[in-house]
Design a protein around this ligand. Structure first.
Ligand code: ATP
Ligand code: MG
Ligand code: MG
Length: 598
């Protein structure tokens, strides 16, 4: 494990633990009960955090950062983390997204808890389970004179909110009596008012310099079928009202979110104080803390824009290996370990910045370096014929076994048993890379050209003699002579000095495979900067599909298994399309070296 660098969140948590800020918290009945943490046993979890996605899309690399922060901090400090679906916005939500979020969190290696239920056995929370409590909280605010039903038109409400440096104007409905407000709110709930005809607003301060404190709306009328509560409700709480209540009911201690919520914090605290006064909640209330969201070069993390890429078929789906979604990164070959390492490495800060895409790739290379088995694949094949094969070995059909380590010596930790060697055949004909032959070699070229001596990696040393071409002048075959007695791993291996070692796969046992060569989806580092149309920055060459030949150990991979193709970089057997042995399909994850920003 890497050394954990301190950050402002760790400092806050450590101070709270030291001062026992949350030590008085007690277990009590289920969430939704009044004064829910007034009685019962002390909460054994020292801190409670939560990851609260709205199930309106697939999670992306930015959410991965938030997941790692929330689950990671809880784990580190003897606490637990809740997974909560913030499903208060019925129109955009769907169970497809709920399921994909559950998969993503589990895949990243985390497990959620509930009050009274440890990680591993708990279900996720759903904000919609608290609709009854939220409704009661709204009535309690009305009864205490802290909320009113406003029936101004939407335009009037907007105009009367004022602006920066310009105080708002009180709504004519602001002075309604408690009784009148209660009646009207119950009519909202009972379906007597049309969508948009009224909202319930908190009564705070229309002159506040923070516009979010100018009587924010807390309930609206919306006749929409909710994916969980169906048609039970025609009024729904606003996010700013719902979220603090969700946190409080789950006894969250540290409610960690991104910086855009900073201006909402005063309302968060205001609401917690009012509901404690009303005895609907008991102190200590949760506190909100904000960190800078992840911005990654060459990547878009707006759910809306990612949806546009999918809907306009710019990519094959949410799990296209070029997408920054967790399903996309996973299909591309990213590992949970590499994403957790990435989150650790970029850390948490209070100010926005850009992270270079190469940082993410670097974490993946670091994770795969000692794990991914090596193998040879020829991505742009041309046939090499060893013309003296029968003369050297008795017949053209003769083949011989070759073997190579699956992992280099440097990748084996002390005391670890190395994996079994890979074995593959060599015969009269092998596939080599087209770029490994030049009839007239450029200066410094060390690979195949007439008269040059190279090694077929893990096989024999050969001497190039020439090539055959078709009518158009394209090389159709490369010719060479095998030099018997020079096979790798035999006593004669070093008897002849080769100028280079090239990768190859024999025609005898090489398996044809589809290889998808992915590159960055956007050609510009900041594809959606300055109001630019991000579709204009799409990289037209972000996918090239080739038919390669690969050694049997690669073709027989299990779906999702990662490899280092020698000289080319990291590749993964596609999770969905690859069939071991009969229909190999591989995705390029990343090259061996950083090529970003070059
Ligand atoms: P929407 O725009 O639909 O609200 P969102 O990106 O805010 O989408 P949520 O489902 O609300 O998505 O996000 C869940 C959590 O992930 C939130 O706490 C949010 O702050 C965090 N999050 C979202 N995007 C990023 C990001 N780029 N970096 C870090 N955290 C993020
Ligand atoms: Mg959101
Ligand atoms: Mg957002």
């Amino acid at each position: 494990a890497e050394h954990k660098v301190s950050n402002f969140l760790r400092q806050i948590i450590e101070k709270d633990l030291e001062q026992g800020t949350y030590a008085s918290r007690r277990w009590a009945g289920s969430p939704g009960d009044a004064a829910h943490h007034a009685a019962g046993e002390p909460d054994p979890a020292k801190i409670r955090t939560r990851f609260p996605p709205e199930p309106n899309g697939y999670l992306h690399v930015g959410h991965a950062k938030s997941i790692c922060i929330n689950f990671g901090l809880a784990k580190e400090y003897g606490g637990v983390c809740h997974l909560r679906f913030d499903d208060t916005n019925p129109e955009k939500e769907d169970t497809e997204y709920v399921n994909s979020i559950i998969d993503a969190v589990k895949w990243l290696g985390f497990d959620w808890a509930q009050l009274g239920q440890a990680a591993g056995s708990a279900a996720p929370y759903q904000a919609s389970d608290y609709f009854d409590f939220m409704y009661r909280a709204a009535e309690a605010l009305i009864e205490a004179g802290h909320a009113y039903v406003d029936e101004q038109s939407a335009e009037d409400m907007r105009a009367n909110r004022g602006d920066f440096g310009k105080p708002g104007v009180d709504s004519p409905f602001r002075s309604r009596t408690v009784a009148e407000n209660l009646t009207r709110f119950r009519e909202m709930k009972g379906g007597k008012l049309a969508d948009g005809a009224a909202v319930l607003r908190a009564k705070i301060d229309m002159a506040s310099p923070n516009i979010n404190m100018r009587d924010p709306a807390i309930y609206r009328i919306r006749r929409a079928t909710h994916h969980h509560t169906g048609d039970t409700w025609c009024i729904y709480p606003m996010y700013t009202f719902a979220h603090p209540i969700e946190d409080a009911l789950e006894q969250i201690t540290h409610s960690i979110c991104t910086l855009e919520f900073e201006d909402q914090r005063p309302f968060y605290d205001w609401l917690m104080e009012r509901l404690c006064e009303c005895k609907l909640l008991a102190a200590p209330a949760p506190k909100q803390y904000e960190f800078a969201r992840l911005n990654l070069t060459y990547v878009i993390t707006s759910k809306r824009k990612l949806a546009q890429l999918v809907n306009e078929s710019k990519v094959s789906g949410w799990d296209d290996p070029r997408m920054p979604t967790i399903v996309g990164l996973r299909r591309r070959g990213y590992t949970p370990e590499s994403l957790r390492l990435f989150a650790d490495r970029i850390g948490v800060t209070k100010s926005d910045s850009w992270i270079d895409y190469s940082t993410l790739e670097g974490c993946l290379r670091e994770d795969l370096e000692n794990k991914a088995h090596r193998g040879m694949a020829v991505l742009d094949p041309v046939k090499l014929v060893l013309t003296n094969w029968a003369e050297a070995f008795g017949s053209d059909g003769y083949t011989e076994d070759c073997s190579q380590p699956a992992l280099p010596h440097s990748a084996i930790a002390e005391g670890q048993t190395p994996p079994a060697d890979r074995t593959f055949l060599i015969g009269k004909e092998v596939w080599i890379e087209r770029e490994d032959f030049e009839e007239v070699p450029p200066k410094g070229y060390k690979r195949l050209f007439p008269g040059n001596v190279v090694r077929l990696k893990g096989g024999y040393v050969i001497e190039c003699t020439g090539c055959a071409r078709d009518a158009a002048g394209n090389v159709t075959e490369v010719h060479a002579k095998v030099i018997p007695g020079t096979k790798s791993g035999t006593p004669g291996a070093d008897s002849i000095k080769a100028k280079a070692a090239i990768t190859w796969v024999s025609v005898a046992d090489g398996v044809p495979a589809e290889v998808r060569l992915y590159d960055r989806l956007f050609a510009e580092a900041h594809p959606d900067a300055g109001g630019k149309d991000f579709l204009q920055s799409l990289n037209p060459d972000s996918l090239k599909v080739v038919t390669a030949y690969m050694e049997p150990s690669l073709a027989g991979a299990q779906p999702d298994q990662k490899f280092q193709f020698e000289r080319f970089g990291y590749f993964v057997a596609d999770r969905l399309d690859h069939v071991a042995g009969t229909k190999p399909v591989f995705n390029r994850v990343t090259g061996l070296k950083d090529s970003w920003g070059k």
